[in-house]
Design a protein around this ligand. Structure first.
Ligand code: ADP
Ligand code: TZD
Ligand code: MG
Length: 574
């Protein structure tokens, strides 16, 4: 303990401690919700935080609390806070911390830890682990606080690290002893920091903007790709204005859907292959040229060389996969505003031949898909079931759609139109299963909007126990489990002919709806599109926690959904 934190007994009336300094530091920075799991040494901290008006949402497993914090960060631009106990709880939270960093979402994992002296001498403390060292490679920054007087600084640094530049995960290590350290109240208050401007604008260089406009203006077949960085930036009006004034067709990445409505006349969503293949200039706004865009090269990008323009706050992102002819390093809000300001009245929209070709393709593809989406097959296929979800989101564009699975994800992404920004939350950059219930819970808590979680039966299983959390907090969440009896399909057989079932299949006709009923929620067993539609509508109307077990034809899916090509192939013939 430092001198400042040392106090004598006579002062007890005017004392504060580590518990309260942390609560005050969070509140001072408008961080009013904590997602976590209680236990030594943070149980009392959770209680005190609740007593002091912070909303503390207790989960059944830290990974889901961490996922909730992560998506809260995406939705609000404030770091989501996840609170875990030492070693095993901390480790359970790490996947979410790493996922936050990978997806560029601001999040702070705060974990209690064991006593430094014992950990460092490896003397076998309760839940001993050198957590700081383990967290470091998985986040943007990691800090340990040893003195109560440093809590204010540590929280400020954590916020800045999470939100500024490219956002990401931050780890804050709080050894048990810290919480009980005392300090004079006034000195304590003075030690806290209200972070001014946690995500400072990064204004792009005017030359960079001019270079980009020059290339874009001379393009014959330009394309804009909007990524989840653009959705995160909350520059919705300017992004829409820029797309519309430029007259350039755009493709939204998964979580950028709805930034402009998917039925917008410039949306190339339903002509993705054509747009990527044929474009001569591609402008990326908050989207990386990673695996989700085939690294900007190869078959899906056509034969003709392209020029790339990229807006990103992270300078090192430029040229990471292919040459970026016109990098615009800056925050998206400032960069798009600068583009609009420099575009000028003489801007000429792209040749009608290009926009017309895309439009025609979009219309043909939508027309071709329409009858499939209206099919009434029982058991349902993905199209029949998602046709229902598509209509429901059209009626309730303010609802938030959470989505994970393989076929369940890929079909939903292309079939279900989104109309408002940040309404589609999914597996993100990693394609990670298990985000479902954590994302759904945070979406409901942070926005107060109805949430529809469309989940593969495997995907749901990763976070399924959190439906108890949903019921406990009585959240307006409707979970729809696309139950095809397994991973990708329910039809695989054991190649050895042995008694064990195949590795990808589950118990047949499992009743996930009955799980929800076990916790007092509404469970519905739906076999037809009509039943599915009615169940979701009732859930939205009542706001009650609901789980619809949607029976999907176990033959309907394909291996790995749309990314089966990523599976390695064995050369051994057996
Ligand atoms: P998607 O998966 O939708 O293609 P990515 O996660 O690959 O999107 O890319 C998001 C990009 O957005 C990241 O490179 C990140 O640095 C960038 N980014 C995030 N927020 C901002 C912002 N406010 N301004 C500029 N770039 C941002
Ligand atoms: N574990 C984690 C954490 N993330 C993963 N992505 C996987 C495993 C592998 N995986 C996928 O990529 S999709 C998926 C797994 C297990 C589940 C697909 O089955 P589903 O969806 O039931 O959710 P469909 O509709 O049956 O295809
Ligand atoms: Mg499945």
């Amino acid at each position: 303990m430092s001198n400042n934190a040392e106090t004598n007994e006579a002062d007890t009336g005017d004392l504060t401690d580590g518990f309260h300094l942390l609560i005050d530091a969070l509140k001072l920075n408008d961080l009013n919700t904590i997602y976590g799991v209680p236990g030594i040494p943070i149980t009392d901290f959770g209680r005190m935080a609740q007593a002091e008006g912070i909303r503390v949402i207790s989960f059944r497993h830290e990974q889901h609390a961490g996922n909730a914090a992560t998506i809260a960060g995406f939705l609000t631009q404030k770091p989501g806070i996840c609170l875990t106990v030492s070693a095993p709880g901390f480790l359970n939270g790490l996947t979410a911390l790493a996922n936050a960093t990978t997806n560029c979402f601001p999040m702070i994992l705060i974990s209690g830890s064991s006593e430094r002296e014992i950990v460092d001498l490896q003397q076998g403390d309760y839940e001993e682990m050198d957590q700081l060292a383990i967290a470091k490679p998985l986040c943007k920054a990691a800090f340990r606080v040893l003195h109560a007087e440093d809590i204010g600084i540590a929280v400020a640094r954590a916020i800045r690290a999470a939100c500024s530049g490219r956002p990401g995960g931050v780890y804050l290590d709080l050894p048990a002893k810290l919480f009980g350290q005392t300090m004079n109240v006034e000195d304590g208050a003075k030690s806290l920091i209200k972070v001014a401007d946690p995500a400072p604008c990064q204004i792009p260089a005017p030359e960079a903007v001019a270079r980009a406009l020059e290339i874009l203006g001379n393009a014959k077949r330009p394309l804009i790709i909007l990524g989840k960085g653009a959705a995160y930036a909350q520059a919705d009006d300017d992004i829409r204005k820029f797309v519309e004034q430029s007259g350039i067709p755009y493709l939204p990445m998964s979580m950028a859907k709805g930034l402009l409505p998917d039925d917008h006349v410039l949306s190339a969503g339903a002509a993705r292959s054509l747009a990527l293949k044929e474009a001569d200039v591609v402008m990326l706004i908050g989207a990386r040229l990673n695996w989700l865009l085939s690294h900007g090269k190869g078959k899906s990008w056509g034969v003709e060389p392209k020029k790339f323009i990229q807006i990103d706050i992270e300078p090192k992102e430029m040229d990471s996969n292919v040459e970026i002819t016109a990098p615009i390093v800056g925050d998206i809000a400032s960069s798009v505003a600068a583009l609009l300001a420099q575009m000028g009245d003489d801007w000429s929209t792209p040749p009608a031949e290009w926009t017309g070709a895309i439009r025609t393709k979009v219309e043909t593809n939508i027309e071709r898909m329409a009858p499939k989406l209206r099919n009434n097959n029982v058991p349902m296929d993905y199209h029949g079931a998602l046709g229902v979800i598509k209509s429901i989101i059209k009626e309730r564009p303010d609802a938030i759609l959470v989505n994970e699975g393989a076929n369940t994800l890929d079909f939903a992404r292309s079939i279900v139109d989104m109309y408002q920004p940040r309404k589609r939350l999914d597996v993100g950059t990693w394609g990670v299963m298990g985000i479902g219930m954590g994302f759904a819970i945070a979406a409901a808590i942070e926005t107060g909007k109805p949430v529809l979680a469309v989940e593969g039966d495997s995907a749901f299983g990763f976070s399924g126990m959190e439906i108890e959390t949903i019921c406990r907090y009585n959240l307006p969440i409707c979970v729809v489990v696309f139950n095809n009896n397994g991973i990708y399909r329910g039809t695989d057989t054991n190649p050895s002919g042995g008694d064990d079932v195949a590795t990808t299949v589950f118990v047949k006709d499992a009743r996930y709806d009955q799980m929800m009923e076990a916790f007092g929620g509404v469970g519905v067993y739906a076999t037809s599109p009509d039943e599915l539609s009615q169940a979701i509508k009732e859930a939205f109307a009542s706001g009650k926690p609901t789980l619809v077990n949607a029976v999907i034809d176990e033959n309907a899916g394909t291996e790995s959904g749309r990314i089966g090509n990523l599976n390695p192939q064995s050369v051994v013939k057996k």
